[in-house]
Design a protein around this ligand. Structure first.
Ligand code: PGA
Length: 252
């Protein structure tokens, strides 16, 4: 069993209501009971409408709560339907997913994501920054150049890297039950760490998670890659049983 800290982050997407607190409750109970098993960090990124309620209800040393996006503007403003990082922070968010491919597909650019990262850093939120190539880009052999571009154009050297965790999520693997070949995945995770250090002239190795169709059945495969610092889990995080089984099976 590894002794390195591993992240298990749930991305609930546009699912869940107030009753979904029972999922958090069960995961909390599990993390309490298994606290000596391993070094793990559990974070649940829920819809913004639920963060305040869940934050008030949750008493846990083991689970942190986060959200899934924000508006780039730092203060209040005439942005109908939007929520800024400061409002989310005040509502109880500790983490925020930014740059998810489902939002990139809606028109979010690297430059817009950069503005959101700046806003979130200002609020001292911890950022889970999603990067990843599409199937077309993969087939053209462009994976590494796309990842480099997503890092270079959304981040600056002066950003506090301690507040940013990368989530490598190949777009073709999200919600498709397709996962990368393990040798390829290992190379890609190593590339992200190496390339970031080189381009941002830092000795600090960033944390890099994997995301895309992670489930309780395939999680064992990933444990062979020690360079992966954890997982961003979509569909399977909306069931407490599946989410808990992912953690249990990872350490088996
Ligand atoms: P998935 O989603 O686990 O359902 O593939 C992952 C994500 O979108 O973060």
């Amino acid at each position: 069993m590894t002794n390195k800290l591993k992240y298990f982050i749930g991305n609930w997407k546009m699912f869940g209501d107030f009753g979904s607190f029972k999922i958090i409750n069960k995961v909390n109970k599990f993390s309490h009971e298994s606290k000596n098993l391993s070094k793990k960090k559990i974070i649940l990124c829920v819809p913004s409408t639920l963060i305040h309620f869940f934050n008030k209800k949750l008493k846990s040393k083991f689970i942190s709560l986060g959200v899934q996006n924000c508006h780039y503007h730092q203060g209040y403003g005439p942005f109908t339907g939007s929520i800024n990082a400061s409002m989310l922070k005040k509502a109880g968010a500790k983490y925020i997913i930014l740059g998810h491919s489902e939002n990139r597909a809606e028109g979010e650019t690297n430059n817009l994501i950069k503005k959101k990262i700046i806003s979130a850093l200002k609020q001292k939120l911890n950022i889970i920054y999603c990067i990843g190539e599409t199937l077309k880009e993969k087939n053209k052999g462009k994976t590494f150049s796309i990842l480099r571009e997503q890092m270079k154009s959304s981040l600056e050297k002066k950003f506090n890297i301690n507040k940013i965790i990368f989530a490598y999520e190949p777009v073709w693997s999200i919600g498709t039950n397709k996962i990368p070949k393990m040798d390829k995945l290992k190379k890609t995770i190593k590339f992200i760490k190496r390339d970031f250090k080189k381009n941002f002239k830092t000795k600090k190795t960033p944390k890099v998670l994997y995301g895309g169709s992670v489930n309780d059945k395939n999680i064992r495969l990933f444990s062979s890659i020690s360079q992966i610092d954890g997982f961003l889990i979509g569909g399977a995080s909306q069931s407490s049983k599946k989410f808990i089984d992912i953690i249990i099976n990872y350490y088996k």
